[in-house]
Design a binder for this molecule. Structure first.
Ligand code: HEC
Length: 111
């Protein structure tokens, strides 16, 4: 095969791998659905439920930085990063903003 064809194929291959994105950070919605909804959709273990404005109001009032910290480090029955240590801090922050904003917050989304 011609060297240039091989080079082009390699280039296409690496672009495809990039597009599928193990390196691209997940969106807040994606992180929420896959890693947070398990507890936050149902209120499992006393987790503040998704979209429950009353439950989230006092949390939102603590401020975005504070909630990001507790989500990353964990608090009481909430495990650090919801028990998914492979999530990046950015991904957890996006999920926090997604959840807070669904309950009336106006957090910065980082997306
Ligand atoms: C295993 C169940 C579980 C999972 C999974 C989980 N949470 Fe939680 N989360 C909780 C519980 C329980 C609380 C309430 C903790 C408390 O205040 O006692 C909570 C509270 C929180 C709070 C409020 C923190 C505070 O200051 O009280 C945030 C923000 C939060 N979770 C974000 C997330 C995010 C983001 C994810 C996904 C990456 C996630 N949680 C996944 C159980 C979970």
């Amino acid at each position: 095969m011609h060297t240039r064809t091989l080079f082009t194929l390699a280039l296409i291959g690496s672009t495809a791998a990039w597009a599928q994105g193990p390196v691209a950070p997940k969106s807040g919605a994606e992180v929420y659905e896959h890693y947070c909804a398990a507890c936050h959709a149902t209120g499992e273990l006393g987790a503040p439920r998704f979209g429950d404005r009353k439950a989230w109001r006092p949390l939102i009032a603590e401020g975005q930085r504070m909630l990001e910290r507790t989500a990353i480090r964990g608090i009481r029955k909430m495990p650090p990063k919801g028990g998914h240590p492979h999530l990046s801090d950015l991904e957890v922050k996006r999920a926090v903003a997604y959840m807070a904003n669904a309950a009336g917050g106006r957090f910065k989304t980082y997306e």
